[in-house]
Structures are given as C-alpha cells and as structure tokens.
Design a protein around this ligand. Structure first.
Ligand code: GDP
Length: 295
C-alpha cells in the first residue's frame, strides 16, 4: 500500500542526507519532489499545494543550530504534517443509545455490505447484541449477501423483502431491536453507481427517521479523487460522522486517505482491507498511517 508514494518521499528526503544544513535551495527542491509525489499519489491539488507550502515554511523556520540533520528534520516535519493532514488524533467509533444506531451510506460497489458484515463481527466480539438491517430495496441480491454474511458471523439480519420503503424498514428494524434486546443496530442502505438526487433524498429520509448515533460513509480508496468528490457530495446532504476507507489492500495510491479529511472535514474512522470477513477492519490512526507512508 502506498509503495510508490513512500519510495518517492523517501528518495526526496534521502537527497538531503548529504547536506550539512537546511538552505532555501535544498528545501525548495525537496518540497518540490514531495509535492510531485503527492500529486502522483492522486492527492487533491489544493491539498498537496497547501501542505507542501506548510512543510517548506516549517523547514525554513526550524532552528537548525541544534544538532539535527536536515534529513531527520525533514522526516519529522513531513511525518507530523501527514498525521495532521489525516486528522491528528484518532477519532473513536463509539455510537451511543439503546439501542445504538449506525447508518451505513455510500455508492454501490464501495464495499458497504462487506464492511457492514465486518463491523457486525467486530461488535459481536466486543459483546454487543447486534442487529444488521438490509435496507436496500432495489437489489434483492444485496439482501441475500447480507443474510449470508449474518449467517457466517452468527448475527441476526433484519429484512422485509416485500417492503419497498427503506424508511419504514429502518424504523421497523429499530423497533424489532428494542423488543429483542439488541444493543446496536447497523443499517446497510442502497447505493447507486453515481450520486443521484433520489438516492440522496432516500438516505436523508432514513437518517431523519431513525436519527442514528453514527452515520458512516463508505468509500473505495482506489477511486482516488472521485472518492473525495463523492465524500463531499454525501457530506453536503448527510452531514455524516465518519469515513470508512475500503480496499486499502489493492494498489491504491493513497490520495483518498490523504485528502478526504482536509477537503471534507470529517474523520476517517475505519480502514478495511480484503474481501473476506476475517480480513482486517482497523480503526484509523493518522500517526500510524503517516509512519507507514514514511516507511
Ligand atoms: P456494496 O455494493 O457497497 O455493498 O459493496 P460490496 O460490499 O458488495 O463490495 C463490492 C465488491 O468489493 C465485492 O466484490 C467485495 O468483495 C469487494 N470488497 C469489499 N471490501 C473490500 C476490501 O476491503 N478489499 C477488497 N479487495 N475488496 C473488497
């Protein structure tokens, strides 16, 4: 993951290793290389420009009389900047309520249903009484998929195959959860191939009806800039609480992970790697991700 970005940043900083001190010239060329690396990783142009300007100013402003080599200094500055860019502190996922309610949104194919299964397994392991809800009224296959996942993890899945109204399915599911002693309800909604008005109206209505304690937006990290644009479109309508980045196991270039927070101003809460349920679902730690990028 992010191999290319890691290599390029590493190379840019290595060029400084022979240098005795930070100068305008070596800072300018290193920063230029880092900016190129970020753009190549599909980081939003404005974001790449902003953070490299910040890196430059900080590098030139640091007191280099103390015993720090330019390479080390740069590594530290870039690491701190990437951490800050991805949100700084880790933002926990801790939905409240009885039952707590979680709404899952995103485009079709983003990995919503797979994530819903992984989240269900994780919550069950934590001792929660979980109810997963299939509120996709367009694709019966999506209901089958969630039911299969539910069977695999031993978690109940709520469905109403004849009901074509996702709002009433979600409301009924929450009622069912209350009367059946569930502590948390996770509602998987329908996605479309692109953002459209009807989908937005529908999911907005579901959100209004069940007033979830957490609304998560799931996005395929391999889609780069599109991931950021879609996140923005969903957030404008849904005002979601956090982002789930999926498919970080593929040859994603990293742009979505690095740009989403700054553009959308919402934290990344989970990263998901792999199609199988026992593949990883991790809480997102900006500092750890920055360390991984810097190798
Ligand atoms: P949905 O339409 O948003 O519910 O998406 P699905 O959960 O059905 O996932 C769409 C496709 O992406 C399926 O083939 C999944 O197996 C695959 N998928 C989901 N999450 C991941 C992931 O983290 N990594 C990889 N490689 N594939 C994933």
């Amino acid at each position: 993951m992010f191999d290319n970005l890691s290599n390029r940043i590493d190379r840019a900083i290595k060029n400084l290793k022979g240098e005795g001190s930070i100068s305008e010239i070596n800072v300018a060329s290193t920063v230029k290389e880092i900016r190129r690396a970020l753009l190549e990783a599909d980081v939003n142009f404005k974001v790449a420009k902003e953070i490299t300007n910040e890196i430059r100013e900080q590098a030139l402003g640091e007191n280099i009389l103390i015993d720090v080599k330019p390479g080390q200094l740069f590594t530290k500055i870039v690491s701190d900047k990437l951490t800050e860019l991805m949100g700084g502190e880790m933002t926990p996922f801790s939905p409240q309520g009885s039952p707590a309610t979680v709404l899952i949104s995103g485009l079709q194919g983003s990995g919503k249903t797979t994530f819903t299964g992984k989240l269900g397994a994780r919550l069950k392991k934590q001792g929660q009484q979980v109810l997963l809800v299939a509120a996709d009224v367009y694709r019966p296959a999506a209901i089958d998929q969630l039911e299969t996942l539910g069977e695999q993890i031993g978690v109940e899945v709520y469905t109403e195959r004849e009901n074509k109204n996702p709002v009433s399915i979600a409301e009924n599911a929450v009622k069912h959860a209350k009367t059946n002693g569930k502590s948390i309800v996770v509602v998987d909604t329908a996605g479309r191939l692109a953002v459209d008005e009807q989908m937005m109206n529908e999911i907005e209505a579901v959100k209004k009806a069940i007033n979830p304690s957490e609304t998560l937006f799931v996005v395929d990290s391999m889609t780069g800039q599109d991931a950021v644009n879609t996140a923005k479109a969903f957030n404008d309508r849904l005002d979601f609480d956090g982002v789930v980045l999926t498919k970080l196991d593929g040859d994603t270039r990293g742009g979505a992970a690095l740009s989403i927070r700054r553009v959308v101003e919402k934290p990344i809460k989970f990263i998901s790697t792999g199609e199988k349920l026992d593949n990883t679902l991790d809480e997102f730690h900006p500092d750890r991700m920055a360390q991984r990028i810097l190798g």
